[in-house]
Structures are given as structure tokens and as C-alpha cells.
Design a protein around this ligand. Structure first.
Ligand code: DI6
Ligand code: FE
Length: 416
């Protein structure tokens, strides 16, 4: 194998939304900007006229972007991408008036996806997950979190996490895995939720030892697991040294965020029913609020997450697709920017920070999410004039080029 010498590359003639903290312009926008990439890292980012002589003078390979917009690569920090089957029939039942909770209580919902996932071959799971990841990638996703939680036995949870890892090896993007054994009670444990928690507490150390787990999550809800049960999983995670995050306050206020923050949660996710105590706990723990407008929309929720309180207390807000077959069959992170603005009244700048800077923090990845010297060279080139258009267009893909670790991985066929 030969390794080509990493010659710096100059990307120039572009507007750059750096999203750097403390920048003097909104979005950290530089109108006539340039980026110098060396290997997998950014060597220099700034205004073209400030380009150091070495680079300006032609030491670099040069790529003229024709005035296009450049942003950090997008980060989808909450997905359930690995599963079999669909739940389109359940969607139809809900249109006839059945509720998400009633379907779940009747043994449908997550359990039906668990059955379809267990029945699928590993190759099939990988093929399906790859196709979904490619959709996200075509619209600018360069880092992707994937949860288990549709296997719900040691062997099947392992298989789902292995598929997620394989996906990160096959596609040019970073995959972070999260163990979500405490997603739903599998039917073989009916009436024995505590025994199921005992079981997943034996699986987690094994899966972690196999290098399959980057973080631990749970679904804390009246249709899933109680705070007492979640606490047991989190205590184990802490012992092993794994960070936690939580599906908290999605359908009711269970005190999940307060619990998760006791364990220094990287993020608390959903949060429609988050109360004052939860907000305060998140401030104290520095936890990121991951908002999931796709699930809010698809379940036709009406209770809004407490955006004003989160803003007032400077809780960093992230956005993600929550891609899953039951509550959010969403394969566009850009659409989540639009929905966050229309449904949750985020500003377009808050929405872009939410899928870059704050999403990176929700995954504990300080090396990405902004464009600055030393950061990973993960960025997107968009056929757009201004970053507020990322939240504005619906159903259009303005992504021209996706660069991951300094390599252009996707020249998009769409150049509108
Ligand atoms: N909350 C959700 O919205 C998803 N999981 C969770 O804990 C739904 C998963 C599903 O319905 O399959
Ligand atoms: Fe989720």
C-alpha cells in the first residue's frame, strides 16, 4: 500500500459559515473565505485576503468553489438507523385514530420492529441501514450516531451494533454507537421488567468490552422504563466509564432529565414535557438538549419543548432526525432545520448550530462542528447564497460536495 504525501489543498472563492464561538458576524460568516486542508485536518480558515503567503502563492492544490457556501459537515446525533421492516401499516392505523401509545401497549410499535429486525439477516440489516445512511449523507451528514434497541437480546443487540460499526467502515462518515437495550420490554420478559434490566446489565459490559458501545441510552417513559430502572443501567455505565444520554420527557414528565444529569448526561433528548427542575439540572450538568421535530411532527404532538426556558438558560440545543420506523421515518437532516424553525420557532442560525456545534457536543466530539484550524476537515459545499437558506428550502437538496477528513466523498449530481 502506498500513502500519497498529504499536500495542502486550498478551497477558495466561497462564503464560509465557520460557526466559531465569539465570531463577530452571525454564523461566523466570512464572505470571501478560504480553507486550507492538510490531510484530515483544517490547517487554516479565514478571509481570502488574509491568506498566509505560502498558501496564496501556490504551494497548495487549489479548488475554486465559484462563490458557493461552505459549512461544517452536518452531524445527526440521534438515530435508530438499524432495523428491519417498516411501520407504514401502523401509520395508517394512527390516521384512523389509534394512538402511538395504544399501539405500543397492544404489542405493536417497537415490538413489531423487534420481530422484523430479529427475522432479518445481518446482510439485509446492513443493506437497509447503508441505504438510509446514504440518504442522510447526500444532504451533508458527515457524522452519524446510531442506537441499538431493536434487538433486545444479547445476540440481536450485538448484531445491530456490529452492523452500525460496519456501516462506519463501509461509508466515508463517522459512526458513533449507542447501546439502547432499555428501549422497550421484549415480549419474552412480559411482566418482568426488572429481570430484563438485570439481563441488559449483564450484556452491557460484554458489548462494551467488544468495542461496540460509545454511549448508553434508555427510554424513560411510562410505556418503557421507570427512572429507578434507568438508574441501574446508568450506574453500570458509569462503572464501565461510558457516557450516558436519555430519551427523556417525550410523552410525560418522568424526571428523566434530572436523573440523567446526575450522571453527567451528554444529552437529554425529545424533552417536550421537560419542566423547570429538568432545565436547571441540564444547566448544571452542561447537558445538550437534543430536539427531535420529526417525531413531534409525525406523532402530531401538540406540547412544545420549552424552547424559551432552554434559550434563557443558555442550554445548547441540538437537532437530529431520530430516524426510526415508528415515530420519525425521516431521512433528511435539512428538513429538521426547517421543522425546528416552523414548529419550534428556532432561528435559522440556532438550527444550523444545532446540527453542527451542539450536535458535536451531544456526541462528545470536540474536534468537529465548527470550521477552524485544527478541526477535522469535515465540511459541505452548498449551492446557496446564505446559510439561512439551509432552513428555508423544503424538499430540495442544495448539497454540492461533501468533504470528510479532507477527502471529497460526494460530488452531488444535483447542481441547481
Ligand atoms: N422514542 C421514540 O420516538 C422512538 N424511540 C423512542 O424511545 C420510537 C421508536 C419506535 O417507535 O420504533
Ligand atoms: Fe429516539
Amino acid at each position: 500500500m502506498t500513502i500519497a504525501p498529504a499536500s495542502p489543498t486550498l478551497w477558495h472563492n466561497c462564503r464560509v459559515a465557520t460557526l466559531q464561538a465569539g465570531a463577530s458576524s452571525p454564523y461566523g460568516l466570512i464572505d470571501d473565505g478560504a480553507l486550507v486542508v492538510d490531510g484530515a485536518r483544517l490547517l487554516w480558515v479565514g478571509a481570502r485576503q488574509a491568506l498566509p503567503g505560502d498558501f496564496a502563492g501556490g504551494v497548495c492544490q487549489r479548488i475554486d468553489l465559484g462563490g458557493a457556501l461552505v459549512t461544517p459537515g452536518l452531524i445527526d446525533c440521534h438515530t435508530h438507523l438499524v432495523y428491519g421492516g417498516t411501520r407504514a401499516d401502523e401509520f395508517e392505523q394512527r390516521l384512523q385514530g389509534a394512538s402511538y401509545e395504544a399501539i405500543a401497549r397492544a404489542g405493536g410499535g417497537i415490538r413489531s420492529t423487534v420481530a422484523a429486525t430479529r427475522a432479518a439477516s445481518t446482510d439485509e440489516l446492513l443493506r437497509l441501514a447503508m441505504a438510509r445512511a446514504q440518504c442522510l449523507q447526500q444532504q451533508g451528514v458527515t457524522t452519524l450516531e446510531i442506537k441499538s434497541g431493536y434487538g433486545l437480546s444479547l445476540a440481536h443487540e450485538r448484531r445491530c451494533l456490529q452492523v452500525a460499526r460496519a456501516l462506519g467502515q463501509r461509508l466515508p462518515l463517522t459512526v458513533r454507537t449507542t447501546f439502547l437495550g432499555a428501549h422497550a420490554l421484549p415480549s419474552e420478559y412480559e411482566g418482568r421488567a426488572d429481570d430484563y434490566i438485570d439481563a441488559i446489565c449483564t450484556w452491557l459490559p460484554e458489548l462494551a468490552h467488544e468495542g461496540l458501545v460509545d454511549a448508553v441510552d434508555a427510554f424513560c417513559e411510562h410505556i418503557a422504563f421507570s427512572p429507578v430502572q434507568v438508574r441501574r443501567v446508568f450506574e453500570l455505565a458509569r462503572t464501565i466509564g461510558l457516557p450516558v444520554k436519555l430519551h427523556a420527557e417525550q410523552l410525560s414528565d418522568q424526571g428523566g432529565a434530572v436523573l440523567a444529569c446526575e450522571f453527567g448526561a451528554l444529552s437529554c433528548d425529545h424533552l417536550e414535557y421537560l419542566g423547570e427542575a429538568g432545565v436547571r439540572a441540564m444547566v448544571a450538568a452542561g447537558s445538550v438538549a437534543v430536539l427531535l421535530p420529526g417525531a413531534f411532527y409525525f406523532l402530531r404532538e401538540t406540547k412544545l419543548p420549552p424552547i424559551a426556558a432552554l434559550r434563557q438558560h443558555d442550554v445548547p440545543m441540538a437537532l437530529a432526525t431520530d430516524h426510526n420506523p415508528g415515530s420519525s421515518p425521516v431521512l433528511s437532516l435539512l428538513l429538521m432545520l426547517n421543522m425546528a424553525c416552523t414548529l419550534f420557532r428556532l432561528t435559522p442560525e440556532e438550527a444550523l448550530r444545532a446540527v453542527t456545534v451542539h450536535a458535536a457536543r451531544a456526541l462528545g466530539l470536540p474536534d468537529r462542528g465548527t470550521l477552524a484550524a485544527g478541526q477535522r476537515a469535515d465540511f459541505c459545499v452548498w449551492a446557496l447564497d446564505h446559510p439561512n437558506e439551509l432552513s428555508y428550502w423544503l424538499g430540495r437538496n442544495p448539497c454540492q460536495t461533501v468533504v470528510v477528513a479532507g477527502q471529497a466523498v460526494l460530488p452531488s449530481p444535483i447542481t441547481n
